[in-house]
Ligand binder design. Sequence first.
Ligand SMILES: Cc1ncc(COP(=O)(O)OP(=O)(O)O)c(N)n1
Ligand SMILES: Cc1ncsc1CCOP(=O)(O)O
Ligand SMILES: [Mg+2]
Length: 208
Amino acid sequence: MPSLGRLHLITDTRPGRDPLAVVRAALTVAHADLVVQVRVEDSATDREAYDLTRRVLALCTPYGATCLVNDRLHVALAVGAAGGHVGADDLPVAAARRVLGPTGVLGATARAPDPARQAVAAGASYLGVGPCHTTSTKTGLPDPIGPAGVRAVVDAVDVPVIAIGGVTAARVPALRAAGAYGVAVVGAVSAAADPALATAELIEALTC
Ligand SMILES: Cc1ncc(COP(=O)(O)OP(=O)(O)O)c(N)n1
Ligand SMILES: Cc1ncsc1CCOP(=O)(O)O
Ligand SMILES: [Mg+2]
């Protein structure tokens, strides 16, 4: 499997957003360092998820960037995306691994060492760990775990840890110091006045 990109851009498909424009802008800067995770609203239809993923994959392919699909692994397979991401309300990690097969990229959400170890044993290729900081993008989350919580998971597993939740370029150094391999963002890029510039700042923070 090729190495995982360090910047995961999760699509923002809330009303009034333009996820494809944001993905285009990010790709011009991040190239193959970018992983685009297609995440649609729970109310979106599979057809809507499929159509968006096809378009995102078409944008990613020329750059060698990776396209993953959140929750809906059948959409990932149907489109030919590299894999998907699952959490507590989705398929169990072992079942997700069976769906994706041995070579698919499979992310799993984990917030603490024991669930992290279990997710890796069940077949996760990377872990999404957070919320690291408060976020306005997703409701109903537990309290932020901060860089110390990231460190606890990093020390427990041997797969890349992707820090998520309220991540900004300014917060990347502390997350990297805690051992995070990369970060996943929604708002830091999608809500930025200049998504390409925001991507450049995140890539700089991740690679310096
Ligand atoms: C990289 C990454 N980490 C965590 C999540 C959250 O997944 P999940 O807990 O299943 O919540 P939803 O995103 O499905 O609402 C993620 N998507 N990506
Ligand atoms: C999907 C998800 N899971 C944990 S935090 C989060 C949202 C992250 O969005 P932002 O980068 O805008 O805080
Ligand atoms: Mg999920």
